[in-house]
Design a protein around this ligand. Sequence first.
Ligand SMILES: [Zn+2]
Length: 416
Amino acid sequence: MPMPAVEAKLLEALEAMEIVDAHEHLMPEAMRLERPVDVLTLFSHYTQRDLNLAGMSETDYRRLFDHDLELDERWRLFAPFWNLIRHTSFSRAVSISVKHFFGADDIHDGNYRELSEAIQDGNRPGLYDRVLRQACRIRVCLTQCGQTDLGSDLLIPVMPMMYPVGTWANLNRPEFAPEANIRTLDDYLATRRAHVRQIKREGTVGLKMIAMPFQPPDRLAAEEAFSRLKSGAVADLPVFLPPGDRVTNPLQNFLVDEMLQLAAELDLTVAVHTGYWGDFRRLHPLHMIPLLERHPDVRFDIYHLGYPWVREALMLGKGFPNVWTNFCWLHIISERCAAEALNEAIDLLPANKIIAFGGDYRIPVEKVFGHLTLARGNLARVLAGRIRAGHMDMERALYLARRWLWDNPRELYRLQ
Ligand SMILES: [Zn+2]
């Protein structure tokens, strides 16, 4: 079925538009190039969920990426599952990328070797430039890979806001300052604050947290927990009671609040994972409301629209001026849901509060193109519908798209 003319015209304009990729986990290119890759590498991120759901064992899944085994043997493990998962949005990003970069309509017994050679052949310096800049027209990616030295002006770091605080080792020698030998809660806070200032000087534009049900901060309770871990009165303080309960580690509650204050002070945006991941009940977007209220000066970037609680996440945007709604990852969780949510977001939110794209990949950078193609398709479809309904003309539609893909992430993260 041919695409309606207005949608095709929008798509063409979107493909020419330079964008900010608002969320990735990409590491420096040199680290990706060190790894052997093949066609199965394209199934190493997110699609493992679908393979697992379809019945692939954890052991077989790990074998897919064990390069000590022959590619043929690994392909035979994978092949029966491809027909079962190929229509999920996670997989559609693979198919689109394979078609674009390697000209293949499908991945099958007849071409997996050839595709694998082509992917390995592309695994050389300039890969990120070819995929991200040339194919995707991405100017910069905000990336979370736990480091600030990224080796390219294509990548801008966002760093973790939360570190484990469940054991004495976590406090005494935290990941962010393993040599520190911290003895008091004030030491810990001072070291952590200095670290955040340091990573900001190194180019960090945001801190990332997850939407757990934090309780209000209680300094005394945090001091007491610190002392109990230090003295060995308790060996560890888990973060949670069983699923559904609130965060029970008073250190975590206290430190989250302190870090949010620091983010406001340093003008760092706070990105928040909401929804889908593991036992996603723990990551409900509505857990954020007390923090949104307590920290009106912090800019919160609500990732993934809280899938499956998309409408609740949109309501955070409708209810709180310090919330931005970020569609990163969502187009490949469900392409359909992302389109419907985007349409609803136009009804609900000012044009400056929507961020339309973040690829959310780590190793298989090629898939950013597939994901972006789904996202552009969604934008074109939704905006074309609005044009046909007489709500806006082409110029207004492209104004919205430019805001969602370029101006908004730049403003939110204070990018130059
Ligand atoms: Zn992510």
